[in-house]
Design a protein around this ligand. Structure first.
Ligand code: AMP
Ligand code: MG
Length: 976
């Protein structure tokens, strides 16, 4: 954090300096070994934790154009080394303590390379090699010099100088001193042919000694304890890949320059609002993070150079301190209010900067893992580039950004200001993000910056953030290209039509018996007539309560052909639940079988038996259908304590099924139906198969509990397609021989989150079978998005895909604004799949079926799913869980409040809370598996006390008692 001269902060800083000038740093007692400053110790530990990792290499890149005297450069360097001892330091670990020592006679030779005689391509290649080596080889902290200077002669009059140091001896401010001294000596050499070192009185080691003796100001510690109290949330950044358990710090930079006009407006707006550009730009960054994460409590880190005393201004060394800036965002907030808040938190943080970061970690004990910084995942920096010092009139010097391929945090945003204007650079971890994501982040940042200069009082929720390309993808039409059934008025008409064309094909197989399409036609026709003679042509809801035999499908089709809708009833459901549904749906008739007669006698409805012999009384004419007519009704859990009926029309289910012809490359020749027909997911297999002439194989009751039998069924009926829960599919893959599954061409997983493990197992075992993930709530008819899973998807979350069957998915924030790609939004569904609303529940309906604000048609509805999602770069949606208390238990959708309300109905129950135990431990934290003991010790010793260490060790899987004892013992030895 560097501030412009006129900034309030720098004014304050000066005042404070004057006040404090009383206790100046004095020379440390003479010694060969000095303590490390707090900051140095942090870097030392980090380097031990990631041995061999060059992530704390500090690099600067300069170009000299003109005549460069290398002899003078080398001689000047020696003088700077003499002036600033820290440049000759190394770090020794002995007897449980680290110290630094200055190696007085250390020489740092400049490494010279000449590519001036090479051709263009060779030149570039060679340059890359040389610079990569210079910048990316790590330093052993015990082996000085911790500095490397490389000069590359590219042309006779063009040299590149790359200076690489370990951060433990330098910071950005120091580099300015370094270059100033280097150029001073160089110029003196040019004039006089000689120069002399001028050794500053105070050296970094004096500072380190002084700092370690200084007491931590209690009031400042108190400030931080208050400021950082409560939960410290992990920032939800739009990762493209799953976070590794341990960071590799691999990274890249992506920069953009802002147009001069925008730069000026931004600087002007900052002035008008009486804040530094730092505060203004940081505020905009907070908005970006808020819009992406949807989180209101946001932590950002920012480095400052803690040279509080005047005398330190000329000292080279590592003075960086990290300040934690915690802001509270909310949609109601206006930009100017946010700016005021950010100004206050930065001022306060700065005033309380004398508590070293590591003390905060020890005092506040935030949750830690090897993959996360304890307080924040992102850093923010702003600096004004000052003109470079002169190396005489013969040569011009320029500085450029050098991409080291490193990212110390998940994400860092640097703003730089120079006479050309402002530029922004994202340094991002390439294990987590793709370059496309970063480019898009730049697009969003630009939109935000433009919006706040246009109106600095704008409400945060009103700031538009969507690019034109995003709008195009979001509003893309997903209607099927071809609709062979556009004239059909009922789903059964399509089935009958198909049946007439394939009379001899097997339509349904169940429990060892099968019926052909011709039989299906004939039997359902007879049944339909019997039903009509009962209903007299009225369109009723008829309960379909049959076991999984071919009659179940005959029954279903019979009801549909009679012009009625079916209410599927699982015969194993608890009697009260069946009773509720029958009463709620006002079912006059239950279609069942004679063997179940007594079970259904208790309900107030008539019964008809598929195996009954009642003659058709008055064979009425089968009524004609309308697309709006209800085809079936499915009950889902309701938070009020009672299930709600979701009526699905013929139009809904035809549309849903047509979508399959469009999306899938192959229709099912043989579909294994696993789900109960009282689940909405069963409709995929039933209607897709029967409408296209395939064989529907009904699984036997509880087949999912016998994986071997399931595989045998697949083998026996040459099953080509199936749909099941991903968790079940994984079990199947893991437990049966792949030979038995070879007929599978298409496997669809749906109903709950598909994990990368499922996908990994699939591609290991059945890589020639296509795997799809389908998503959809019952209210939107079976599916509204789908994704063909690819092997490469396993590096991140598995998408639920893009909208299908004419649906649109709107990802909205709390104010019903569309969220941009990368941001978390609540999923709303629109389109022809939407049910008209809950059965006779206008209140519940109004709560979740609302007017679609993005439609020109005022009657168009959108359905609130309660699911959270985020766009992947390619527009595929990622499912991120739920906003509410709805859970899935083995495919059953359950609102926990429904159970709570049921419990509360007991007279003695005063209060009830239902909580889902899913067996997995705190999912926020990555479990540490198979740790490298050495690294673990180092990690733990820096930050844990004994008790915590013990707890951590007990949480580690696969650790033997011996390993555990060893670790604890080592830990004891390492205590500092
Ligand atoms: P249901 O109405 O029974 O189909 O359940 C719909 C709910 O199941 C959705 O709102 C999601 O919460 C969840 N769900 C369905 N499909 C998926 C999927 N592919 N991935 C994750 N969750 C899903
Ligand atoms: Mg579903």
């Amino acid at each position: 954090m560097e501030f412009k001269k006129e900034s309030l902060l720098s004014q304050w800083k000066k005042k404070k300096e004057n006040k404090q000038s009383g206790h100046t740093i004095t020379k440390a007692p003479k010694s060969s070994y000095f303590p490390l400053s707090n900051g140095q110790e942090r870097l030392w530990f980090l380097q031990q934790l990631y041995p061999g990792n060059p992530f704390y290499n500090y690099t600067e890149y300069y170009t000299f154009k003109g005549i460069l005297r290398l002899d003078y450069l080398q001689a000047s360097l020696l003088l700077v080394l003499e002036e600033h001892e820290i440049l000759k330091a190394s770090f020794i670990y002995k007897d449980g303590k680290v110290s630094q020592l200055v190696n007085s006679n250390l020489a740092v030779p400049v490494a010279l390379f000449d590519t001036s005689t090479l051709g263009e391509t060779d030149k570039e290649q060679k340059k890359k090699e040389i610079l990569d080596r210079a910048a990316n080889i790590h330093f052993e902290l015990s082996a000085p010099p911790l500095m490397r200077i490389t000069v590359l002669k590219e042309e006779i009059d063009k040299h590149i100088m790359v200076i690489v140091m370990h951060h433990i001896i330098v910071d950005k401010w120091s580099m300015a001193i370094f270059m100033e001294r280097l150029s001073h000596h160089y110029r003196t050499f040019l004039v006089k042919g000689t120069s002399e070192a001028s050794i500053p009185e105070i050296q970094y080691t004096d500072y380190a000694y002084w700092q370690r003796k200084a007491t931590i100001p209690e009031d400042q510690l108190e400030y931080w304890k208050n400021q950082l109290a409560g939960d410290i949330p992990t920032l939800d950044l739009p990762f493209d890949h799953t976070k590794p358990l341990k960071s590799t710090f691999k990274g890249a930079l992506i920069s953009r320059k802002f147009p001069k006009e925008l730069s000026n407006s931004l600087l002007h707006t900052a002035k008008e609002m009486e804040v530094t550009p730092y505060v203004l730009l940081l505020s905009v960054y907070y908005i970006l993070l808020y819009k992406y994460s949807g989180q209101e409590d946001i932590f950002v880190g920012t480095p400052i150079s803690n040279r509080e005393q005047k005398i330190l201004e000329g000292v080279i060394g590592f003075f960086n301190e990290t300040l934690i800036l915690r802001a509270q965002l909310s949609t109601e907030l206006s930009f100017d209010k946010l700016i005021r808040q950010v100004r206050k938190i930065t001022m306060d943080a700065f005033q309380n900067k004398n508590v070293p970061f590591e003390i905060l970690v020890k005092e506040l004990k935030p949750n830690r893992s090897l993959s996360d910084n304890p307080f924040f995942q992102t850093m923010f920096l702003y600096h004004t580039e000052t003109p470079l010092p002169s190396f005489g009139s013969e040569v011009e010097i320029e500085q450029s950004l050098f991409d080291l391929g490193i990212s110390k945090f998940d994400l860092t945003l640097y703003f730089a200001e120079n006479e050309e204007g402002l530029s922004a650079t994202f340094e991002y971890n390439t294990d987590l993000f793709l370059a496309t994501t970063m480019n898009r982040m730049h697009d969003h940042l630009l939109l935000l910056l433009q919006a706040v200069v246009a109106d600095p009082t704008i409400n945060i929720s009103k700031i538009p953030i969507l690019t034109a390309e995003e709008r195009r993808i979001i509003f893309m039409d997903s209607s099927p290209q071809k609709n062979p059934w556009s004239n059909s008025r009922g789903i059964h008409d399509i089935i009958m039509d198909t049946a007439r064309h394939n009379p001899n094909s097997i339509a349904v197989v169940a429990d060892g018996t099968s019926i052909s399409y011709a039989q299906l036609l004939e039997e359902s026709d007879e049944l339909a007539k019997r039903i009509v003679s009962y209903t007299q042509g009225r369109k009723e809801i008829i309960a379909l309560a049959l076991p999984r035999t071919t009659s179940l499908i005959v029954g279903m089709l019979g009801i549909l052909r009679s012009g009625c809708a079916y209410l599927p009833i699982d015969t194993e459901y608890p009697t009260p639940r069946i009773g509720f549904m029958i009463a709620d749906a006002k079912v006059p008739l239950i279609l069942t079988q004679t063997a179940l007669r007594s079970k259904f006698e208790t309900f107030k409805a008539d019964q008809m038996y598929v195996d009954g012999l009642e003659p058709v009384l008055k064979p009425g004419v089968l009524p004609t259908n309308d697309l709006q007519d209800m085809a079936y009704m499915i009950y889902t859990s309701g938070s009020t304590g009672q299930p709600k009926g979701v009526p699905i029309s013929h139009g809904n289910i035809i549309n849903s099924t047509v979508g399959r012809l469009d999306f899938y490359t192959e229709n099912p020749a043989s579909f294994l139906l696993m789900s109960s027909i009282s689940f909405d997911s069963s409709k995929a297999g039933i209607f897709w198969t029967l409408c296209t002439g395939g064989t529907l194989v009904l699984s036997q009751k509880h087949l999912e509990q016998d994986l071997e039998k399931m595989a045998d069924t697949i083998l026996k009926y040459t099953v080509s397609h199936t749909l099941m829960l991903p968790s079940l599919y994984k079990l199947l893959l893991e437990n049966v021989a792949r030979e038995k599954l070879k007929s599978l061409k298409t496997v669809i997983v749906a109903g709950e989150i598909c994990t990368p493990q499922v996908v990994e197992t699939h591609f290991e075992k059945l890589d020639s079978t296509a795997l799809y993930n389908e998503y959809g709530p019952t209210e939107a008819t079976v599916w509204c998005t789908a994704h063909k899973i690819e092997a490469k998807d396993v590096s991140g979350k598995i998408p639920i895909g893009k909208p299908v069957a004419g649906a649109k998915i709107l990802l909205l924030d709390q104010h019903l604004n569309l969220v941009p790609f990368g941001a978390v939004g609540t999923m709303y569904v629109t389109g022809p799949g939407l049910s008209g609303g809950y059965w006779q529940r206008p209140d519940s309906t109004a709560q979740v079926f609302m007017a679609n604000p993005f439609s020109e048609d005022p009657g168009e509805k959108m359905y609130y799913t309660g699911d959270l999602g985020r766009y992947r770069n390619d527009g595929a949606i990622l499912f991120l869980g739920r906003r509410d208390q709805q859970v899935k238990i083995r495919g059953h959708r359950i609102e926990l409040a429904e159970i709570e309300n049921l419990l509360l109905a007991y007279p003695t129950v005063k209060d009830a809370v239902v909580h889902l135990e899913n067996g997995s431990k705190d999912s926020k934290h990555n479990p540490i598996l198979n740790p490298d003991p050495e690294q673990l010790i180092q990690f733990m010793s820096t930050i844990l006390d004994d008790e915590e260490a013990d707890e951590l060790l007990s949480g580690i899987e696969n650790l033997t008692t011996f390993q555990k004892d060893y670790l604890l013992e080592q830990l004891e030895n390492l205590k500092v």
